[in-house]
Design a protein. Structure first.
Length: 229
């Protein structure tokens, strides 16, 4: 579903050169949930951006659902990503002039649902993330955690084959984080999605099927035991 091959990412030149990854490889299959952890600055967000085709590596390729991102054509990447990749990133880019429900429904419309169906399905997704009562609120009138949950509903509602998330439980209280964790697990399993998430949350990492740490420019397996309370 998602395959990164021999990724190298460098910034700057000469004395200021920074190599974040060198020949990094990652394959994620349908129904698999992969957690990536790592120290601040290790390159987790940069890696997600490459996996999403939002930026291009210095070398190597990323294949989404069997096709490599077009290195030179951003519009082609955007088209290929639509309907195939759902994203929940730290800056979740909800559309400020639309309600929570309209934000989710728009993603469904773009994925080919009818208007009536988008609103119906969108409403049920907001209920899934505990926001049924906030459907008609504008993003500016929601808390950070509520906006995060709208972004999660929007990414998952069209049931894309691949979902990428950057700190999905970062702004959430313990109970809501647990609820989202359970939801992610059941949804990705039931819908056979491939999920890659970056997190500092050990509980969330431990709930996934594979845990990797980004360290020294490489992804290495890591045993995520949630720290005891
Ligand atoms: N466009 C860029 N040009 C130069 N350096 C960059 C660029 N983008 C990222 N970096 C550097 O790459 C490093 C990794 O950044 P990144 O945001 O990917 O780390 P991270 O692991 O997600 O960190 P955090 O956990 O703090 O969010 C940082 O040192 C950052 O300054």
């Amino acid at each position: 579903m998602l395959e990164a091959r021999d990724l190298t990412l460098r910034f700057g030149q000469g004395d200021n050169a920074l190599t974040l990854f060198e020949d990094l490889n990652l394959t994620v299959h349908s129904g698999e949930q992969v957690a990536i952890v790592g120290r601040s600055g290790s390159g987790k967000t940069s890696l997600l951006n490459l996996l999403a085709g939002l930026s291009m590596p210095s070398a190597g390729t990323v294949e989404l659902v069997g096709k490599a991102y077009d290195r030179r054509n951003q519009a082609a990447r955007d088209r290929w990503r639509a309907g195939r990749l759902g994203m929940v990133f730290q800056f979740h880019h909800l559309l400020g002039e639309f309600s929570a429900l309209e934000n989710v429904a728009l993603a469904l419309r773009l994925a080919g649902h009818s208007k009536a169906d988008s609103l119906r399905v969108g409403r049920s997704w907001l209920a899934e993330v505990g926001l049924a009562a906030r459907a008609d609120h504008l993003p500016a009138t929601l808390s950070g955690g509520e906006r995060q949950r709208v972004a999660i509903a929007r990414a998952l509602a069209p049931q894309p084959p691949v979902v990428l998330m950057d700190e999905p439980t970062g702004n959430l209280d313990y109970e809501t984080a647990e609820q989202i964790q359970g939801l992610l697990k059941s949804l990705t399993r039931d819908a056979n999605m491939a999920l890659v998430l970056v997190t500092h949350d050990r509980g969330l990492a431990a709930s996934t099927s594979r845990q990797l740490t980004l360290c020294g420019g490489q992804l290495v397996p890591f045993d995520a035991q949630p720290s005891s309370p």
